[in-house]
Design a protein around this ligand. Structure first.
Ligand code: SAM
Length: 344
């Protein structure tokens, strides 16, 4: 097994069978070796500095009905909101003063936030904060819309493929959504020139080891600039309310595999990881992550953007908790980087 890890470290690729055996491996020493190699790779490439991104959750309205997601259209228990452009700019200002140089605008697919509105919002942020990077995570849009957002100044886009396996994708989503269209959007984003991020939920209902191998091989081919992986966590008002959460250990193992596969990738220690375990974020960083995304949304709406239960949005998961974050990072030998942190 050590040979396989060394091969991944050197060649950045394995066969499907090798990935499979790594995913099934439970030997503590071997997994410690995998994590050590991934951590060394991150340190060699980025040093001990972790990039921060200010996450602004701009709307919890969504036209989609993804079975796992707490803000799905059919969930009538959600108190819906959408931030105004002025509020978003205020969040950016607050973030800028705290030292953030990347703003991530994430939200449901809210039809009231039209393409024109998004273009004008990106443009307004860029005008006021020209030295900052703007990342969008607003789901599936038309090719023209993606092009217009890019021209307005957004240079990064996060769109998880969620699962590469077609049947599994269909088990997680309503029939109006399909995997091929999701993949097409990802190709468009890359062709336009975005630093494109994709990723998966680990332990989503019905997920098998073979599905994960397909996900890994897709990410190996696609070469995303950013890789977002976090455990699935159930939400009480979704069809998956009674499904178990994904495993932290498997999430960390995948994180290390992705680091060895793509040494230059920007890989967040996700909020979902921090929500499942109090030291989840630190464990993510020690497994090879190099980004954290503290919450910059107005505190009044944070509880409403509930993708899953017990989501962390305060303390060191919050933008105003940067000092606490710095202390936690220092304890494991890391520090915050206040640079934009673009992908090379
Ligand atoms: N609408 C955009 C999209 O589809 O990419 C962005 C918002 S969406 C809520 C952001 C991500 O949240 C999804 O890609 C999904 O992986 C994650 N997510 C949703 N529900 C989740 C859950 N129950 N557990 C863990 N992650 C979840």
């Amino acid at each position: 097994m050590i040979n396989i890890i060394d091969k991944l470290h050197q060649k950045h690729a394995l066969t499907a069978e090798e990935y499979r055996s790594l995913l099934l491996c439970e030997d503590t020493e071997t997994l410690g070796y995998l994590q050590k190699k991934a951590q060394q790779t991150t340190l060699a490439r980025f040093g001990n500095a972790v990039f921060i991104r200010g996450l602004i959750e701009i709307s919890n309205r969504c036209r989609n009905n993804c079975l796992y997601c707490g803000i799905r259209k059919s969930n009538t228990m959600v108190s819906r909101y959408a931030l105004s452009r002025e509020t978003i700019l205020r969040c950016c200002k607050e973030g800028y003063e705290l030292g953030f140089r990347t703003f991530v605008l994430q939200g449901g697919e809210d039809v009231s936030q039209t393409d024109d509105w998004i273009v004008d919002t990106v443009f307004a942020i860029k005008k006021e904060f020209p030295d900052c990077a703007i990342t969008l995570s607003l789901g599936e849009k038309s090719l023209t819309a993606y092009q217009r957002f890019f021209e307005a100044g957004a240079t990064r886009y996060l769109l998880r493929h969620e699962t590469f396996n077609e049947a599994h994708y269909q088990a997680l989503h309503p029939s109006e959504m399909n995997r091929d269209h999701r993949l097409l959007c990802l190709r468009w984003l890359k062709i336009i020139g975005y630093q494109t991020g994709t990723g998966i939920m680990v332990g989503s209902p019905g997920q098998t080891i073979d599905h994960l191998v397909e996900d890994i091989q897709f990410i190996e081919r696609f070469q995303p600039a950013m890789i977002g992986i976090g455990p699935f966590i159930p939400h009480a008002d979704t069809p998956f309310a009674n499904e178990p959460a994904g495993s932290i250990e498997l999430t960390l193992k995948l994180l290390s595999i992705f680091r060895l596969m793509h040494p230059s990738a920007l890989i967040p220690a996700t909020t979902a990881l921090a929500s499942l375990s109090p030291d989840g974020r630190e464990r993510g960083i020690l497994a090879g992550a190099n980004v954290v995304m503290p919450n910059l949304s107005p505190s009044s709406v944070r509880e409403k953007y509930t993708l899953y239960n017990h989501k962390a949005a305060f303390g060191s998961e919050a933008a105003e908790g940067l000092k606490l974050l710095e202390e936690q990072l220092n304890k494991i030998g890391y520090k915050i980087s206040y640079l934009r942190g673009d992908h090379n």
